[in-house]
Design a protein around this ligand. Sequence first.
Ligand code: FE2
Ligand code: FE2
Length: 210
Amino acid sequence: MNSTAAATSTVQPSHAARDAVRLIRDEHSRLAAVIHGMLHLTRQMAKTKVAPDLKVLRAMLFYISEYPERLHHPKEDQFLFARLRDRTHDFDGALDKLEAQHAQGEALVHKLEHMLIRLEFAGEQAYVPFMEMVEQYAEFYFGHMRVEEETIIPGAEQQLDQADWAAIGNAFAANTDPLEKKDLKGDFERLFTLIVNIAPAPIGLGDPVS
Ligand SMILES: [Fe+2]
Ligand SMILES: [Fe+2]
């Protein structure tokens, strides 16, 4: 086998890599679905001047606050990013930025939670600022996931070995809180189902906003 062929063969993702990447992308898809739902609801709200059922917005905010903070980001930091750093320094700059964004994302969500409380009291005048903050958050978080999917995952597929991917896959598949030993994934599945059931059509199964 010549050196080019050997180099090419090392970048074929293994089963373990494919399984782990699928789990990471699934988590991104769930988060993206909830963020798209929030965008849709708040754009409607700003346009029609009619507030949606605030329970839906609260559930969505709770999801995008708790899910990344308690499950998704720790697994990225401790497994995917840490293993990639162990193998190469090529991605250190991007990883530093992504880790900083994990903290920034939490701060933005907390700001949104505060703004939602304000919206409940201030009414119509708070609709547009709230929507703009959701737009800002969506742009920020979609950009974050794009770097992970387009730069970090392909980089990891080149650099990490079978054992690395097995460890990453196990971490993402387990999804239990290491301290509380709770089935957090099950809790979030139920919350996601609740959001789908109460969000108005076309984003969920609830009654459309009139
Ligand atoms: Fe991330
Ligand atoms: Fe991520």
